[in-house]
Design a binder for this molecule. Structure first.
Ligand SMILES: [Fe+2]
Length: 249
């Protein structure tokens, strides 16, 4: 059994609640599909916990913090959050630990393969940045190409929209399959959802428990009001980043 988590986005309350839930199930192995940071108020704390995971993949916000030229495609709200995050991680008063944090971020890999499963942040075609949205299922050319690039199973995050894409060109959100999906011989793309900024209308943190061929999406309540309060207090973090946590959008 392992936990596959993604898109923590500096939300320590959500991450702590998810880690407690994972621990409560006796699961030790955690794979994170990236975006540890960006948007939220606790980048250092989230990185420090991520260093204990088995593996973390590089997300576009992690990349943007590392290399400022990568923020050019970001919208102003995300851009400002990345700049603020970089400043927190460059605070000279915490330079010893911050150097370790940068070292950790700088070594994150873009893809990870295990057996016939591929783990990426965004997509198999462009691992760090490409989005695969639920509505892409209508884009036959794109999805055929995505499926052509995987051997069997691909785990993704990035859109913060959990669900499963199958190669008969369907997408099912977790609630349509009672939060469970049995992997079979068919090529399948699983979006594990977001820990720290869910956008599917459910404000609870989301992650996946993988038990052999069984995928289960888990939702965990957390103190999002505490996170919201911290975001309101930081001028560089737009209030929208707090408001959306209450609604899960
Ligand atoms: Fe993200």
């Amino acid at each position: 059994m392992k936990a596959v988590i993604s898109d923590i986005h500096s939300n320590i309350e959500a991450l702590s609640a998810v880690l407690d839930d994972i621990k409560g199930r006796g699961i030790r192995e955690i794979i994170c599909l990236g975006d540890i940071i960006g948007y939220g108020p606790n980048p250092k704390e989230c990185i420090d916990l991520a260093r204990e995971f088995k593996l973390t993949i590089l997300g576009n916000h992690d990349e943007a913090a590392l290399w400022s030229e990568q923020t050019e495609s970001f919208n102003p709200i995300a851009h400002s959050a990345v700049e603020w995050t970089r400043g927190v991680l460059e605070d000279a008063r915490d330079s010893f630990r911050n150097n370790k944090r940068w070292g950790f971020l700088g070594e994150l890999q873009r893809t990870f393969s295990e057996g016939s499963s591929l783990y990426v942040h965004g997509s198999p075609r462009r691992p760090v940045r490409e989005y695969i949205f639920p509505e892409d299922i209508a884009n036959n050319a794109k999805m055929s190409d995505v499926f052509a690039q995987i051997d069997h199973i691909c785990f993704i995050g990035h859109t913060h929209m959990p669900g499963v894409f199958t190669d008969d060109m369907t997408f099912k959100p977790p609630q349509e399959v009672f939060n469970k999906f049995q992997l079979n011989a068919a090529k399948t793309v699983v979006n594990v959802g977001s820990v720290g900024q869910p956008r599917d209308g459910d404000n609870r943190a989301c992650y996946v428990v993988l038990d052999g061929a069984k995928v289960e999406w888990v939702r965990v309540q957390y103190d999002f009001e505490a996170t919201m309060k911290k975001i309101y207090e930081v001028r560089e973090l737009d209030n929208f980043l707090a408001d959306r946590l209450a609604e899960g959008r």
